[in-house]
Design a protein around this ligand. Structure first.
Ligand SMILES: Cc1cc2nc3c(=O)[nH]c(=O)nc-3n(C[C@H](O)[C@H](O)[C@H](O)COP(=O)(O)O)c2cc1C
Length: 403
């Protein structure tokens, strides 16, 4: 099989060095990568690095190898163009359709999906000119990944940091897996909860569960790849932040409820993939509980936690909001799932059976997605991203019916 062809555009930001890691991930996972740097970016990483790492020729302008018409052919042949880092200048040139170097020519001739990963100082990112350029590019079907918040060049901190290259790679992979077609969640705000809550007994111990958060993170990555604005409420996962998602960290069920309800206020869809504890200890011991010789262990009294899925589904912060729940079951999986869907009042319920190599901690899953209108979609055993894409397909179909 022919390797998928990826164009990696690199523009002149300090984060250009991180694109080396993105390139390595792309080549090692079987992609044929053509790096197209801008002139300015060569001040940060030289052409020799790109050529040696990609195994392909590198040029910045249209006047080299003219017999091959590179200003047209590179874009036409691409299955994906990803620009990382994308400078404010690059976003402006792309939004205005300039064609003054090889990369901007390539962007105009490409008919495949295009991903921009902007990186710049917060002021540059927030400037209305940049924001309008980003909006223009998104409106035309490009996926523009929101920059991360963190350390910028020098001592500054704020929004504008290039996300982790491994996570940009995951977005590229999700975009390539989906293939051509406009990002169907563009303009939508999706809220996803992921991980497992921990209910503290004392400062050292907690009641927890085995959820790794991987399914919720797969939902977040695929939603970014489909153009959504993503708020990820994560509980105790320890996973790297998905590129482009706004991550809110929580510990307990009560904190998760508060964060989800706040984010849901303007959400188009809420997906509750987190495993939320049904109960929490009635009493939190302020100091570590000690064992004493001869003493019988004390029983732990529990109280009910709020039912967040039922609450989100019952209250619907805005008309037409779609609510998706998850159910991990061990017995009578489908019967329990149908009963839970009815009881919780959500639109879709992803029912999966807890088992070896599936669900908790694994990279794969299989499930049945039950719909309130009676629909049933079987998702065979496969990567958690495939299940996530099926959920988004069903959500996007419902948006189509509502709007
Ligand atoms: C040290 C240094 C770091 C820079 N980092 C960034 C950056 O992170 N993001 C950005 O938009 N511009 C950055 N710039 C400014 C760009 O290099 C400049 O706008 C240039 O014209 C971009 O050209 P290009 O878009 O063709 O690559 C930086 C400039 C310097 C000197």
């Amino acid at each position: 099989m022919e390797k998928p062809k990826v164009v990696l555009g690199v523009s002149g930001g300090i984060a250009a060095y991180k694109a080396c890691e993105l390139l390595r991930r792309l080549t090692e996972s079987g992609h044929d990568v053509r790096v197209v740097p801008t002139d300015a970016s060569l001040n940060f990483v030289g052409a020799a690095t790109w050529s040696a790492l990609s195994g392909n020729p590198v040029s910045t302008e249209v006047w080299e190898s003219v017999h091959e018409v590179p200003h047209v052919r590179i874009g036409q042949a691409a299955d994906l163009v990803v620009v990382a880092p994308a400078t404010a200048d690059m976003l402006a040139r792309a939004a205005h359709g300039l064609a003054d170097d090889l990369l901007t020519n390539t962007l105009l001739t490409a008919r495949c999906p295009v991903v921009f990963a902007p990186a710049m100082h917060t002021e540059m990112w927030e400037h209305p000119a940049t924001q309008e350029n980003v909006a223009t590019l998104r409106r035309r079907g490009a996926v523009v990944i929101e920059p991360a918040v963190g350390r910028l060049t020098g001592v500054d901190t704020g929004k504008g940091r290039l996300p982790d290259p491994g996570e940009i790679f995951e977005v590229c992979r999700a975009v390539l897996t989906r293939g051509p077609g406009a990002p169907d969640l563009a303009g939508r705000h999706v809220v996803i909860s992921a991980g497992g809550t921990r209910e503290p007994l004392d400062p050292v111990r907690y009641l927890g569960n085995r959820s790794s958060g991987k399914q919720g993170y797969a939902l977040a990555r695929t939603a970014v790849a489909r153009g959504a604005r993503v708020t990820l409420v994560e509980a105790n996962t320890g996973l790297p932040d998905p590129a482009g998602a706004d991550v809110v960290r929580v510990g307990t069920a009560v904190q998760l409820r508060e964060a989800v309800l706040k984010a849901a206020a303007d959400a188009d869809v809420v997906v509750m993939a987190a495993a939320v504890a049904d109960f929490r200890p009635a009493v939190y011991a302020g100091g570590k509980i000690k064992k004493k010789d001869g003493q019988k262990p004390a029983a732990v009294e529990l109280v009910r936690n709020p039912d967040i899925l039922a609450e989100v589904a019952a209250e619907r912060a805005r008309p037409g909001q779609i609510v998706v729940g998850f159910a991990a079951e061990t017995d009578d999986v489908l019967a329990n799932g149908r009963e839970k869907l009815r009881r919780k009042g959500c639109d879709l319920l992803v029912v999966n059976e807890v088992g070896e190599r599936k669900t908790f901690g694994s990279e794969e899953n299989e499930a049945v997605v039950l719909a309130a209108d009676g629909g049933e979609t079987v998702v065979p055993f496969g990567p958690k991203e495939a299940l996530a894409d099926t959920v988004w397909d069903l959500v996007a179909a419902r948006f189509g019916q509502i709007t």
